[in-house]
Each structure stands twice: as structure tokens, then as C-alpha cells.
Write a protein that binds this ligand. Sequence first.
Ligand code: ADP
Length: 459
Amino acid sequence: MQNFNKVLVANRGEIAIRVFRACKELGIRTVAIYSEEDKYALFRAKADESYLIGEKKKPIEVYLSIGEIINLALKKGVDAIHPGYGFLSENPEFAEKCEEAGIVYIGPSVHTLENLGDKIKSKLLAQSVGVPVIPGVDKPMTSVDEAVVFAEKYGYPVILKAAAGGGGRGMRVVYSEKDLEREFNNARTEAKKAFGIEDIFIEKYLERPKHIEVQILADKYGNIVHLYERDCSVQRRHQKILEFTPAFSIPQEVRDRLYQDALKLSRAVNYVNAGTAEFLVDKHGNHYFIEMNPRIQVEHTITEMTTGIDIVQSQILVAQGYPLNSKEIGISSQESVVPRGYSIQCRITTEDPLSNFMPDTGKIDVYRTSSGFGIRLDGGNGYTGANISPYYDSLLVKIISWARTFEGTTQKAIRSVKEMNVKGVKTNEAFLINVMNHEKFLSGECDTHFIDDTPELFD
Ligand code: ADP
């Protein structure tokens, strides 16, 4: 067991605050890094120490500065680094450099990150252990001809994806051959620009699937459990807007298969720490693995609400060497994880749904939060007087509700979103309320096309 004295979070905003809170509750000192643009950001004040880095760098690059982050960590006597999500959270080089510097990386091993970071590799791995995947090519494509041959064999639509992609970026759906060459070139250029690697692949595009993912938690001693599933089908442009658990519209027998396949995959890579296996499920209940995210996810909160397990604390404890059945983590067996009730997470963003979700920026004049039984707020940059900059993602606060029934948790979430009062910047609040009031949402049956198919959500 290596008890940490000090943890640095190589991230910003709400997830940095989430990790600082977990550390404090565990008696661990916290270190923030921040960019010039984040000088007045709230997360900075929530850490015990905070340091400006990357003074001459672009705002995004600051949080990607591997060398600078590690040097600072060494100088300040940091024992471990938590990468959060986005930025360096799936970068094997970062994990490796931490290891070389004698700093614990709070996440899976370098080897696991290498295997799972690439979507083609992780699909091949899934296939090798008998987990179903969507038909696709098994190596990066070097010419559009390969894409044409594939699409002729499997039929349109097809989807082009960046092998290193994430966050819903670098994907292009193609409906006919005449668009394939143009989109092929666009996808490669976009992949190179966004992820530094131009490798792209192609797979069959499933019509109207649901996105269901399974949370995994594993210790260093081969013990692994799943923490059940999340339904993340409410998406816009392949990005999640709102998530809930359990995925009650999916038959239990299908959900059981997802748990088993998530565990199978995790075991195949000797997975350690928290991770998520993502699947698409079609109308017939067939499931397909799409990728494994070897990090904490934005929507981990809803699983915490229904299982009572603090996933971020568990990540830190696992990295310190605690087994799952230790009294600190408290998971004696799979059977001991019993989810209760229903939870929804709404992502309140500073985006204007009526202007194609354009991010809005500027000063927040009024920031009044909601509260009450069954409501949890994981906030980032919001306070009266805060400046919302155009440089980073537009997530303002996550509202998470919990209740015994889905109806109950939906009503709580709606009440809570309505109770929030943000003035000075536009938000997506009214849009989220329309989503939650929609009968299709209440039936739990939304698929990934729900938003595109439902223009009245914008009324
Ligand atoms: P990212 O890593 O960028 O989040 P994913 O591979 O997880 O990308 O896919 C994000 C979303 O894109 C999925 O939840 C789904 O809505 C859509 N998607 C991805 N692949 C397919 C596919 N083959 N068919 C249909 N939809 C897909």
C-alpha cells in the first residue's frame, strides 16, 4: 500500500473539482495546474495549491504539456496524478512519463492504454475474446478504394472514424458513394488535426441504435466488478447530452450480456482501475462493442447515485494498492453491488440550442443554483461574476437527480433545472426540459437519433 500525501489533477473545471473533493475526503493534499485564461477559474481555488503553467502556450495546449506537468509534480513532491477526462486522460505517453518519474498515474497501465486508445485495436481485441463488434475494416485505410469496397459489400450508410478519436469528434456518416471520397479526405484531415494521427477506419453505420455503456472497477489483484449500465442514447452529433441509469427499456437478458462482455474484455487486458465499455444495441437486442474508455467519464455520477460507490475515491484507493474488498473501497463481491432507484444527469452547457448550439461566452451576471432532496450538483466554472471563456468546453454544471422511480427522478431533474437561474450567458436549460418532458424520453426508448428526429424539442 502506498498512501498518497499529494495528488495533482492534470485537468480543469468540474472534473478537477470532483477529484479534489475525493482527495480531501481521503485526507490527501491537492494540487491544481491552471492556464493564464483560467486565472480566475473556480477549480483553482478548490485545491490546496495551484500553479500557473504553460505561460506562452495556447489555452488548450497548457493542459497537454506533459513535460511541464511532470516537472511541476516532481518539484512539489506530488505522489500521484489524476488525468480526469479529455486532455491527457487516454495518452499512454503521459502515463509512461509519470511512471518513469516515479509518480503514480491514477488509471490503467501504459500497456492497457496503448491497447484501448486505438479503436481498431480495441475492436480486434474484443473480437478475439468473442465480444461482438460492428463489421468494419481491421486496419487503417490507406486509400478511398478500400472504403468503396467495404461499402459495396456491407451497404450504405457507413461511418468513417478516427482510430484515435474521442468525444464524438472525427466521425463522418456517409450515405452514398458520391460522398465517400470527399468525406474520406475530410475525415483524415480532421483526424490529423484533432488527434495528431491521420489513421481512419470504416464500419457499418447502425440505424437508430441505443448507446449503452457498462462501468467497470478493478483492483491490482485481479478482482473486477461491473457497476451496471448507463443509457447515453440522448445525443447530438454523437455527443452525449443527458444520461440515465438503469437502461430500463433494454431487456434484462440483454443487459446481462453487456455486463458479461464488459468483464470479459476487461479481464483480457488485465484492466486495473475504473473504465467503461461502450456498446451500441440495435432494435432486435443485438449488442456491439464500440470502444473502451480507460478513464473516468463525465457521466460516472449517475452510477455513484444508484450504487452508492464513490468511483473517484475508488480510483485513488485502487491506485494506492487497496483491494476492492478492503474496508476503504468496500466491494466484497459482485453480489454486494446492488443498484437502487434511478438517476439522471443533465449537462448544463453555455450553448444556445436555438443557434445550432453555438457556445456563448461572457460574464455570468446571476448564478443561482438548485438543491433539495435527491439533487447533486457537480459544478465547474459557474459563479456570479465568472467569465465564460471561449477556449474550453462549455460544460457549466452537471445536475444529477436520484429517486426511487424513473418518473420521480425525471420530475426532480426538471424541477432542479428550472430552479437554476443563470443570467448573462445563454444555456441549454430550456432544451433539456423539453427533452425530459417528451414522452419518448419518459418511455426510456430514445435512440441516438432522438434529437434529430424531434424538432419540437427546439420549441
Ligand atoms: P467517441 O469516442 O468520439 O465518443 P464513439 O465510437 O464512442 O465515439 O461513438 C460515439 C457515438 O457515435 C455513439 O454513441 C453512436 O451514437 C455513434 N456511433 C458510433 N459508431 C456508430 C455506428 N457504427 N453506427 C451508428 N452509430 C454510431
